[in-house]
Write a protein that binds this ligand. Sequence first.
Ligand SMILES: [Zn+2]
Length: 235
Amino acid sequence: MWARTIRSSWSSRKRSFLPEPEYRGRFAPSPTGPLHFGSLVAAVGSYLEAKKHCGIWLLRMEDLDTPRCVPGAADGILRTLEACGLHWDEAVLYQSQRAAAYEEALQQLKNSGATYPCACTRKEIADSALHGIEGPVYPGTCRHGIPVGREGRAWRVRAVLNSSPFTPQPSPVTFCDALQGRISQTLASEIGDFVVKRADGLFAYQLAVVVDDAFQGVPLGVGHPGLSAPACCGK
Ligand SMILES: [Zn+2]
């Protein structure tokens, strides 16, 4: 009995002395022009959320799509944030300087068989007549090999690995949005295999954001059936 009491007491003390995991939030503007009001609201929201948790507020410049970036816009955004008293806690991460990290991640995906080259043009995909909530759903034309006489232009990730009539239907990805509540999406039928490296050689946002969140230690609030969901999704 005493042993259990001591263990229980030590256990609660240990819990009380263990530091809480540090909250790390980020704001990631795209330098395609001056910081507009909607983005400033998002910046204030993420800043206050980080400070409420005595956490770290990070800044990431989403200058991945270099042809769309406006010269001087990134510096202008930083000056605007500073003028509003929004000071970031670590060095600014520029996606335009992260190509090596994205290439390494893509190589890992290639090695695991999770990606494949795709020869399709936008028009071919748009004409496929498969449409989801976010636009055309990739019909899987190149999933089992590029059509004869064509060349791979982009790299796609398989929304479902090793699908066959004998494997179970994919379960939806579910997460809890702080404002909109429970969000659920079945990737395979609603989006399809998605691009991680574009035909123009640029890495897609979907790859970069995951690599950068892991690099900067920003957690993703993603739940999944069978795993414990965030408290607000437990209804
Ligand atoms: Zn294709």
